[in-house]
Design a protein around this ligand. Structure first.
Ligand code: AMP
Ligand code: FE
Ligand code: FE
Ligand code: ZN
Length: 289
């Protein structure tokens, strides 16, 4: 059984619609994927419809951007994958709406700054291209820059302009991670820390802080992720065993926004079983086990 627990659709910053994502997963021979768009559950219904009558199952989820103390007096961004929670849970609905509105304002502001500096990007056109109420993300602006021949690729647009050290980067006010863990637990879901030690992405938390999150109800850690090398994975695997956290593996597929293939990294069936056993908020879409 091949299981990929971290993918993005056009409802956030992927390039496949939820239905295309399902088709892509089937073509790749996968049995289960999780749909984990940033700060939205808007793709769930389309994914549920698309798997009907196929052999694929979809774990409904989301990826929440959070802020976390790094244990050294500073704060770092961490990504929390949330699975099988109730999407109608009030606190979550309110917080996700806040985050989406903030993401849209920020994306527009970044585009306005670039346009003011003479870049051929149109903030109105950029925003009009997003699905209604979608959070959007820097990859949308990166693609606009590629289309305008201002960068050769999405990666290059990030490296030159949009990365966290870049001239046009604007920060977000994310959810405190302990609050996010609590909100997902209250909504009957489970949480997995996404790419916890992906150091190339920027500052990360330390092992001690992972222990603290575990003590506050974190369910798992993403061990096998394209942005983590083998020594890092070994360290995380050890940490998961020590802290009784569920180890997962996933591609973090974003369609053509990244070069990663769906199913490039996978999760063991027993890990999915351990996660699902903790959840009461919603059910896996598709044929039953
Ligand atoms: P945002 O959520 O708007 O802050 O943008 C972050 C998103 O951009 C991440 O979720 C990734 O999908 C994507 N991303 C970050 N760094 C890069 C990069 N170097 N190349 C391509 N995509 C990236
Ligand atoms: Fe993303
Ligand atoms: Fe992430
Ligand atoms: Zn992701």
């Amino acid at each position: 059984m091949r299981i990929d627990l971290h993918t993005h659709s056009t409802e956030s910053d992927g390039t496949d619609t939820p239905a295309e994502l399902v088709a892509c997963a089937l073509a790749a021979g996968l049995d289960v994927i999780a749909l984990t768009d940033h700060d939205t559950t808007a793709g769930w219904d389309e994914a549920a419809d698309a798997v009907a009558g196929t052999r694929l199952r979809v774990v409904p989820g989301a990826e929440l951007s959070c802020t976390c103390p790094d244990g050294n007096g500073r704060a770092v961004t961490v990504h929390l994958l949330a699975y099988l929670f109730d999407p109608a849970s009030h606190a979550l609905v309110v917080e996700q709406a806040r985050l989406r509105a903030q993401r849209r304002d920020r994306l527009r502001q970044m585009a306005v700054r670039m346009a003011d500096d003479g870049f051929p990007v149109d903030p109105d056109e950029l925003m009009a291209g997003l699905p209604p109420d979608s959070p959007g993300g820097r990859p949308h602006l990166a693609r606009a820059l590629v289309r305008a021949d201002m960068a050769g690729s999405v990666d290059e647009a990030f490296a030159r302009y949009l990365g966290s050290g870049g001239r046009y980067y604007l920060p977000r006010t994310d959810t405190p991670v302990l609050r996010a863990i609590e909100m997902i637990r209250e909504a009957g879901g489970a949480t997995v820390l996404a790419h916890p030690f992906a150091r190339a992405r920027g500052p990360v938390i330390n092992a001690e802080m992972v222990g603290e999150l575990a003590a506050h109800g974190l369910t798992g850690v993403e061990v096998d992720h394209p942005d983590q090398d083998e020594p890092t994975r070994a360290q995380l695997r050890g940490l998961a065993a020590e802290l009784d956290l569920v180890p997962t593996g996933s591609s973090d597929y974003h369609g053509t926004n990244k070069t990663i293939r769906i199913g490039q990294e996978t999760t063991a069936p027993e890990s999915l079983e351990r996660l699902a056993a903790k959840c009461t908020g919603s059910r896996i879409f598709g044929r039953s086990f």
